[in-house]
Design a protein around this ligand. Structure first.
Ligand code: SF4
Ligand code: SF4
Length: 419
């Protein structure tokens, strides 16, 4: 039944596609190869052919769909509103059905997926990695394991308002919390400084995105159910997180459970609460001073934040707010860096080529700092800095803003005084 409805949904989207090709320039893989088979329109045509029994599942379809990043830039570019991800999911299901061997996960992605079900182990791994970072090791290795360089201790600033004015519920994310917990702490500290009480439900788990995109839909749904139940205890307040990929998945629980009589309403309510944290801070009536260090700063945005959550402007708007730093807007700052979940592990060749193109543009801006809003992008851009020989630091936007906020607080103004 689920398969039937998945194929039906895909055919509905395919019917809306008029083959205009407006999505092609937005597609990173098409821009890389120039081949129709690596474009959204080509992929849609292939899946359509199989669903309509005009062609069979073959290695051409497999290659075409396998190398799709799932970044969904084609959806934002499409004037007809085609929801390409439904076509992609149907196509990958067809591949799974006909030749499951070819979709088998290798050891590293399989281990990573297992760890997302065991956040404590993932956290332990993060702590172990940080301890190891004190040991002597070749610089190249440090560059390739960016989490080792992390100093995650963020001391929350004294709130400038005495009593919380509102509340938010905070989703930590498995990889984000384990490897880049400092970004979560910085975001929470900022929200508290703006007068929010931050509730962090202890029963939450991984959002399920990695499992969902790897075709492990049952595993993903189980994680989603646990999160829905955990966050119901926090009431109606906005639900925020610092990982663009997680935010997109959380905002799509409603779609994942659309045909589940028991969970559909609860999932829809959950998804409606998801908001981007940068939007919440940006939309405050008065912003305090964020003071920089005279750095040149560029942004690598999260494609899922931009193309799925629709919150893509928030990070750049906030980065521009930092006094004393120069924010350099890149033409491709919203385009995928080639990280794309576990794409960079599964397809290091294509991911590396996409990253090299990205780094060409970044290098032209000669930044001191690259800010990111997703853990996968943070790892990928750190790898990019290493590959390209740049000396820029890669940092989560929340941590960058937090440090700028603390510097601004040393000035005599506070939020209450400004108001
Ligand atoms: S997906 Fe949208 S933009 Fe792309 S070819 Fe179809 S209708 Fe045109
Ligand atoms: S999801 Fe991204 S990579 Fe895949 S077809 Fe769309 S734009 Fe291209």
């Amino acid at each position: 039944m689920e398969l039937e409805s998945r194929f039906k949904a895909a055919l509905g989207e395919i019917d809306h596609c008029n083959k205009c090709g407006f999505c092609l320039p937005a597609c990173p893989t098409y821009r890389l190869t120039g081949s129709e088979l690596d474009s959204p329109r080509g992929r849609i045509a292939l899946v359509e052919g199989v669903l309509k029994n005009e062609i069979s599942v073959d290695r051409g379809l497999e290659a075409s769909l396998t190398y799709c990043l799932g970044c969904r830039a084609c959806e934002t570019a499409c004037p007809s509103g085609v929801q390409y991800h439904r076509v992609l999911e149907a196509g990958r299901t067809l591949l799974d059905k006909s030749r499951p061997r070819h979709r088998g996960l290798t050891f590293v992605p399989r281990t990573l997926l297992r760890l997302t079900r065991q956040p404590r182990q993932l956290r332990r791994l993060g702590r172990l990695a940080r301890r190891l970072s004190k040991w002597p090791m070749p610089r190249s290795m440090k560059n390739l394991i960016p989490m080792l360089d992390y100093q995650p201790q963020i001391v929350p600033p004294t709130p400038t308002r005495s009593e919380p004015q509102a509340a938010v519920a905070f989703f930590q994310g498995c990889v984000q919390e384990a490897l880049f917990g400092d970004a979560n702490q910085a975001c929470q500290a900022l929200l508290e400084a703006f007068g929010y009480r931050v509730d962090v439900p202890s029963q939450q788990t991984c959002c399920g995105a990695l499992a969902w995109h790897a075709g492990k839909t049952d595993q993903a749904r189980n994680m989603a159910r646990r999160n829905i139940a955990a966050f119901e205890a926090t009431g109606q307040v906005p639900l925020v997180n610092t990982a663009g990929g997680c935010g997109a998945m959380l905002s799509e629980y409603a779609e994942i459970f659309a045909e589940d009589l028991e969970w559909a309403a609860r999932a829809e309510h959950f998804s409606n609460r998801v908001q981007d944290w940068t939007g919440i801070i940006r939309d405050q009536s008065v912003l305090p001073r964020f003071v920089g260090e005279g750095s040149r700063v560029v942004l690598q945005n999260s494609c899922h934040l931009v193309n799925v959550e629709g919150g893509g402007d928030g990070p750049a708007d906030l980065a521009k707010w930092v006094e004393g730093d120069t924010f350099l807007e890149l033409k491709g700052q919203n385009q995928c860096c080639g990280s794309a979940g576990i794409y960079n592990i599964q397809h290091p060749d294509w991911s590396g080529r996409l990253l090299d193109k990205k780094m060409e543009e970044v290098s032209c801006a000669s930044p001191d700092r690259i800010v990111v809003v997703n853990p996968g992008c943070q790892l990928q851009m750190t790898w990019g800095v290493s590959r390209s020989g740049l000396s820029a630091e890669v940092e989560h936007l929340a941590r960058y803003l937090y440090r700028a906020f603390v510097r601004g607080q040393r000035e005599p103004q506070s939020l209450d005084q400004v108001e």
